[in-house]
Design a binder for this molecule. Structure first.
Ligand code: NAP
Length: 311
């Protein structure tokens, strides 16, 4: 039986792995489908303390993983299919293995939301994207739309100006939610235009996207907007499907934790975006990963009747 299994390999999961490994808990990380999580979709992490020149999201993931392995974490590139968290011995299944552990740390992150309009699913990978870093290159010299008014929309919209001839940001209100610094950069960028108070009602095309049906939510006016690609950045869903019948969720489906990253189940901790609808930063995810590992250490010591050295 393992002391600690960590489900997820983003900044929260790998930070938990570093701390748990250094506490000699020999954690097993089940890395999941998207190794490294959402930071790997980020071209440049500019606000992670200690990197004044910024660091590539994928580079950050590789460094975190290397650091976790260096201290004794085991990383398995497998996807969890079910969990049984209720008993004192926690069970985790993948397609062909079953693991047992004293502690589970849930670090499964979140997934980008879809618009839910006709044509969206049909054109994913053919003009509809949720990742500028992954797909921006394919739109060199082209016209693209970004949907959303938050930090992601502006960050990714600015990134897309490296490739696209024009980036039109379509927002459903007339005020942005994004940080002031990003608003300033976007409004000053001559490749970026805004369309306010407008939603996308349909995505159309032939082999690939070539037009959007737009509606002004104030006037009701509908227009066709010719475009080569549409990037959607309208928020995220926490990845809780595996746990939702066992762990308490809030009204937005995020895992409820106390200030010590404890869930409603003893021995089950949650960290990173799966329990954070507010901050959702690489640094805050890493912070809660650290907390979860330190709490796991206390829990294991308590189970074994040992005094926790930090107490
Ligand atoms: P967000 O802050 O929740 O913003 C989502 C945006 O999409 C909002 O402007 C929202 O409009 C719009 N929206 C939501 N549902 C929509 C729909 N169905 N149709 C059209 N528009 C819709 O999400 P985010 O931008 O992904 O950011 C998430 C978190 O990550 C935030 O805490 C953010 O600060 C952080 N983040 C930080 C950075 C950075 O620091 N550089 C970069 C990326 C993300 P309303 O404004 O009308 O609600």
């Amino acid at each position: 039986m393992k002391d600690v299994i960590i489900i997820g390999s983003g900044p929260s999961g790998l930070t938990a792995a570093i701390y748990a490994a250094r506490a000699n808990l020999k954690p097993l990380v089940l890395a999941g489908m998207e190794r490294g999580g959402q930071i790997t979709l980020t071209e440049d992490l500019e606000n992670f303390p200690g990197f004044p020149e910024g660091i590539g999201g994928f580079d950050m993931y590789q460094l975190l993983e290397k650091q976790a392995i260096k201290f004794g974490a085991e990383i398995v590139y497998d996807v969890v299919t079910s969990v049984d968290l209720k008993g004192q011995v926690k069970k985790v299944k993948t397609a062909d293995r079953e693991y047992e552990a004293k502690v589970i740390i849930i670090a499964t992150g979140s997934t980008p939301k879809r618009l839910g309009v006709p044509g969206e699913n049909k054109y994913i990978g053919h003009g509809v994207s949720y990742c500028a870093t992954c797909d921006g290159f394919f739109f060199s010299g082209k016209q693209v739309v970004v949907v959303g008014g938050g930090n992601s929309a502006l960050d990714e919209g600015l990134f897309l100006t490296r490739y696209a001839a024009k980036v039109t940001i379509i927002h459903r209100r007339d005020r942005l939610r994004a940080d002031a610094i990003l608003q300033k950069r976007a409004t000053e960028n001559e490749k970026i235009e805004f369309i306010w108070d407008t939603v996308v009602e349909e995505i159309t095309g032939d082999e690939t996207v070539n037009s959007l049906k737009l509606k002004n939510v104030k006037t009701g006016a509908q227009t066709d907007f010719p475009v080569d690609g549409i990037f959607v950045f309208i928020g995220h869903y926490p990845n809780v499907d595996l746990f939702k019948d066992q762990v308490t969720l809030d009204e937005q489906n995020y895992i409820v934790t106390d200030r010590y990253t404890k869930t409603n189940i003893a021995g089950v901790f949650a960290c990173g975006d799966v329990q954070d609808p507010v901050y959702r930063q690489a640094i805050t995810s890493a912070g809660t990963g650290c907390q979860a590992a330190m709490e796991a250490e206390k829990y294991v010591a308590h189970m074994e009747g040992m005094a926790y050295p930090g107490k």
